[in-house]
Design a protein around this ligand. Structure first.
Ligand code: BGC
Length: 796
């Protein structure tokens, strides 16, 4: 039991009110009463009792575990509760979890808080004037769209600094589940439909975070690709799709960045909760991949804490006294071997000794928010993807006049909702950013939009409210219908300005998936109408119209894209949204982002469309990943389905040529491959190009997708006519496929074609190599097999 602080000690029961129920969570109300105890002060942990076992370093861990009572052990493997649900607030308000401390043994309590677009803590504290805002960076999909791992690392480093300076030990980020289907409400927190991009981005982000001496938590492990019934859904998936698609990114991140923690996911995989799966959390993660950190559950995940302990889930989150009691009773009753507890505790303590809390770091509560805002702006602009730019409608000079259409110009969306939201000090709207950049904005239209939005926000259904999960989760702004446009407004604005910009916005969040309905995946009638009428009027006057998409994931574009001149995907760019958009619109930043997710022509083209979010349709209990390995571009390229904008696609204000694609050291594969390609800026503006290396592998015993991304790189800023030679190193594992019959990664014999290009469909050069005989690259454990047969697509 913690010592309470003299004079400050408080002990009070938290009672659940139904409005606080964390939607999407089911949890046991019996566990919902607990006490609020402040964190043990740093000074308290420093009094070493003579000769007592005390946590000092790695060598002391076994001694400390031996000295722990069973009660202490059972409490230590369970978190201390969730503010607003099963406990009072932490002293760092907005921290979403904490670990149990054992002061007599020198074990401090740790504090955990959410990401991944920035640190989510509450910006104000009772009785204090000081604020605790965190920087809202661009969402993960936007970061990935930079295809620049250095940007991901820099953003991770800045976020890790905020984590550290605000007194948090473990950051619950990054999130790297595969964007299996565009409707997943949480895709904005994830990087890509491709595991290589996901893994590389996550690894760089983790390395950035952990360079501060705080921990990263990669989540949600694994195959957590939808929000509908996320806590119970059974994901039925083949071993090959797991290894090649859904686990691959995690494998890369584990091996290339050693994250301190892994968060197991809510869903079941082939019948077993991920959080209760020894196959996943011990066999794959530790035995096959050599992971050395610890595993925690997602909040309220799974059913049985004893099974979670056995599986290798060291820490049950957010935790409740009831769960520790169950664990203690299981040991006493012989259902759980105490050695399992010891094993799990050891994994956690190895991390505890690295934390700022253990090292008694005095956090400043004053991270450099200004510097981080500049980085957020840079990252956001680097991640924007130019989908269309007819007759170079963009960039537009700052002395020109612009009219802005669409509500989202004012209520620009910085990021998605739920635990991935960030309580930032401000969001620069697109209207503000363009104005600040020096553009003359048509004032009449702007003020009409402002008045319209202000008046609707006064009305009850549109009032901005705290998130139903509580203030810590920020605010929710109900969607306002598009402002109706008078013909006269459009005419006046188009006469007065050089360019029309239409801003379309979409948001989504945790616990709910998006829908193929107007106003969500599809444009609303009002948006379609706005695009038609604004473009007609501007085109009549020989002027152009650009659309800016302030979105967290793909929307339908095929029905309207021909009408407009330019389309810029700004994603949800974080708090510097408007400034970053202005940087790209003005050409200060030449767009160099590329899609890490396919924009289909129609939703039904998506390979998982028939199988999302599962069956039975009204309340899915299981979802079968019938598309197998054919996720995203692997499907579109293999089965000849033309997307609206393909994976890897993105335009620039300049032009590039990619040439001299070569495989060094001969045409026969030995144990590695070096590929080189020359990039030249053949246009008239400085810019950066993303070069993508795809490989077409021969069909042998295993069928292969038409192309798979195997490496990528981004050039430096190239001046017109400047060239850069890029090199890519690939080893056998990078090129192998997974043979589920033999549980091996294998490089099958035959001729492989390396295709280097500017997107998955825009290949600029190729070269071939041969593999003489099948090479067994790695044998892994035969686990996670589906218990039912199901059909997967095949090329034949
Ligand atoms: C989310 C996690 C998050 C946790 C704590 C869960 O609902 O799935 O990503 O870290 O809550 O907020």
């Amino acid at each position: 039991m913690l010592k309470r602080l003299k004079g400050k000690s408080k002990l009070f029961a938290i009672t659940i009110s139904s409005s606080l129920l964390y939607s999407g969570f089911t949890f046991d109300l019996a566990s919902a009463e607990t006490e609020y105890l402040p964190r043990v002060q740093k000074s308290q942990t420093s009094t070493i009792q003579k000769n007592a076992p005390y946590l000092a370093d790695a060598a002391s861990i076994d001694r400390v575990i031996r000295a722990m009572t069973l009660e202490e052990k059972a409490k230590f493997v369970v978190g201390v509760g969730m503010p607003g649900i099963s406990r009072g607030p932490f002293e760092i308000t907005g921290a979403v979890g904490g670990t149990y401390g054992v002061p007599r043994l020198g074990i401090p309590e740790l504090r955990l808080a959410d990401g991944p677009a920035g640190l989510r803590i509450r910006p104000t504290r009772p009785g204090q004037n000081q604020t605790y805002f965190a920087t809202a960076f661009p969402i993960a999909t936007s970061l990935a769209s930079t295809w620049d791992t250095a940007v991901a690392e820099a953003v991770g480093e800045a976020q890790g600094n905020e984590v550290k300076e605000y007194g948090i030990d473990l950051f619950l980020a990054p999130a790297l589940d595969i964007q299996r289907n565009p409707l997943n409400g949480r895709n904005f927190e994830y990087y890509s439909e491709d595991p290589l991009i996901s893994g590389k981005m996550a690894a760089s982000f983790v390395n950035g975070i952990q360079s501060n001496g705080v921990g990263a938590t990669i989540k949600h492990f694994a195959a957590n690709n939808q929000e509908t019934n996320r806590m119970i859904i059974d994901t039925i998936v083949s071993q090959r799709a797991l290894r090649e698609i859904y686990l691959k990114g995690f494998e890369i991140a584990v091996k290339e960045s050693s994250p301190w923690a892994v968060m197991s996911s809510y869903n079941k995989i082939n019948g077993t909760y991920a959080s209760e799966s020894t196959d996943l959390l011990t066999t794959v993660l530790r035995k096959d991949w050599g992971y050395k950190g610890f595993v925690m559950t997602d909040w309220f995940a799974g059913k049985d804490p004893v099974e979670q302990m056995k599986a290798g889930n060291g820490l049950i989150m957010p935790g409740s006294p009831k769960k520790s009691n169950l664990i203690r009773l299981a040991v006493e009753g012989g259902r759980l071997n105490e050695k399992i507890l010891d094993r799990n505790i050891k994994n956690i303590l190895r991390i505890v000794i690295q934390t700022p809390e253990f090292k008694k770091y005095q956090n400043s509560d004053q991270p450099d928010l200004k510097a981080h805002a500049m980085l957020a702006r840079k990252a956001a602009s680097e991640g924007m993807v130019l989908l269309k730019n007819k007759e170079r409608a963009l960039p537009i000079n700052k002395n020109k006049k612009i009219a802005l259409f669409g509500n989202t110009q004012i209520e620009t969306i910085k990021g998605g909702n739920g635990s991935g939201d960030v309580n930032a000090a401000y969001t620069v709207s697109i209207a503000e950013g363009l104005k600040e950049a020096g553009y003359q904005i048509n004032q009449e239209l702007l003020s009409k939009y402002k008045t319209y939005i202000d008046s609707l926000r006064q009305q009850e259904p549109y009032k901005i409210k705290p998130h139903p999960w509580g203030e810590d989760f920020g605010k929710l702004a109900p969607v306002i219908p598009e402002k109706p446009l008078q013909e006269s407004e459009i005419t006046a604005a188009s006469k007065d300005t050089d360019l029309g910009i239409i801003v379309i916005g979409r948001n989504s969040g945790e616990a709910e998936d998006r829908k193929v309905v107007k106003g969500d995946y599809l444009l609303s009638d009002a948006e379609q109408d706005m695009i038609s009428r604004v473009t007609t009027e501007y085109h009549n006057q020989g002027k152009k119209v650009a659309v800016i998409l302030n979105i967290g994931g793909p929307i339908e574009v095929a029905s309207w894209r021909d009408k407009v001149d330019s389309i810029l995907v700004a994603w949800q760019p974080g708090q510097e949204a408007g400034n970053a958009v202005a940087d790209v619109v003005s050409g200060i930043v030449n767009p160099s982002g590329k899609l890490t997710t396919t924009f289909p022509v129609k939703y039904s083209d998506v390979p998982s469309a028939a199988n999302f979010p599962g069956t039975p349709a009204e309340n899915p209990a299981k979802v079968i990943y019938e598309e197998g390995i054919y996720v995203g571009y692997r499907y579109f390229t293999t089965f000849g389905v033309k997307p609206a904008y393909e994976f890897g696609y993105g335009l620039s204000y300049t032009d590039f040529d990619i040439s001299h694609v070569q495989i060094n050291k001969g045409k026969k594969f030995k144990d590695k491959l070096t590929i080189s390609a020359m990039v030249e800026n053949t246009g008239s503006l400085p810019g950066r190009e993303v070069v993508q290396v795809y490989v077409s592998a021969p069909d042998g015993g295993l069928e292969k997708p038409s192309v798979e991304l195997r490496a990528f790189a981004k050039t430096k800023v190239l001046q017109p006519n400047q060239r850069q030679l890029l090199h890519f190193n690939l080893n056998a594992k990078d090129l192998a496929s997974f043979d589920e019959e033999k549980s091996t990664w294998v490089l099958e014999k035959g001729t492989y074609t390396v295709k280097v290009g500017a997107s998955s469909e825009n290949i600029k050069g190729s070269a071939t190599y041969t593999v003489d005989h099948d090479v067994i690259v790695q044998k892994v454990s035969d686990v996670l097999k589906p218990k039912v047969d199901f059909k997967q697509p095949t090329k034949q």
